[in-house]
Design a protein around this ligand. Sequence first.
Ligand code: UFG
Length: 336
Amino acid sequence: MSKTVLVTGGAGFIGSHTVVELLERNYKVIIVDNFSNSKESVIDRIKQITYKDFLLYKLNMLDKVAFSKVFIENKIDSVIHFAGLKAVGESVEKPLLYYRNNIDMTLNLIELMEEFEINNLVFSSSATVYGVDNKPPFREDMSLSATSPYGATKLMIERMLNDIQNAYPEFNIALLRYFNPVGAHKSGIIGEDPEGIPNNLMPYIAQVGSGVRQRLSVFGGDYETDDGTGVRDYIHVMDLAIGHILALEKLQNEKIGCRAYNLGAGKGFSVLEVIKSYEKALGKEISYEIVERRSGDIAKMFADVSKAKEELGFETKKTLDNMCQDVVKWQNFTKR
Ligand code: UFG
């Protein structure tokens, strides 16, 4: 019998791509989403790609009574928890919103999982928990810290989950620390579609490429990197989606307690290298200028991915050029 996975935030960027991968592997899927940072059209597009159906609950997970219906009405085997607010800058402006939303929704989720005896949880964490003092490559056993309320919510939830798993050993939890997820599904019909001005590099470049914005600001040209611009570990969202399946399978086959895994490519590219790769995919130049550093940014980050490789069999397959090609395809689709 196929397993049922509850996917919170399943209409979002990483969530929707992971749902495609789950459906293609014949998992039964239930999405919970309030569409606060996603569009309802993604639901039909997932069905268009996979020819599969799934359940959707449009609700706010802070409303525990509404949320509990999902557990009452279904037999759930595992949970992948993506839902959460994720804009670093906005979290500095609105910390209350971030703490209330991200922490409370997770507490509601865990209480319901406990009540309904659901033990397997994959949590969407971030490389932001490595803070600013560690030197890359980042390893899972390094000291953790947060530099924004957003980062603090990821760190607090990781700690909460550790404590909860200690006290209730039946819980089996994988904390997945994502590096920089980019790209889109190869069909080009789902991808990253942020509301307003993009905070992140790839969606910004994509909007310059499609003429929605004029010029990219490159934040800092004097970092201690080969070309002076920031270096990050970009991972194709479909490689990341597969990482979630591998983590889920690990939890289904083995008791691991509460364990963290880096999901990245294990190498870094500079902002200028990303621009170059995107120009190649697009066949057109991307206009940019180098401006002041963005506060809170560090020069370089990339993952040590050996733990995910050894324990989950995780390995990225897609290159930076693949990531840019798929984003171009997605941009062409959204322009139609
Ligand atoms: N950058 C620009 N111009 C832009 C946007 C970004 O030059 O308009 C640069 C940044 O300075 C950085 C690189 O592009 O060097 C990547 O920046 P992103 O904003 O795309 O990604 P970050 O590495 O800053 O942030 C990501 C996630 C966060 C997470 C963080 C740490 O988006 O959620 O990694 O793990 F917290």
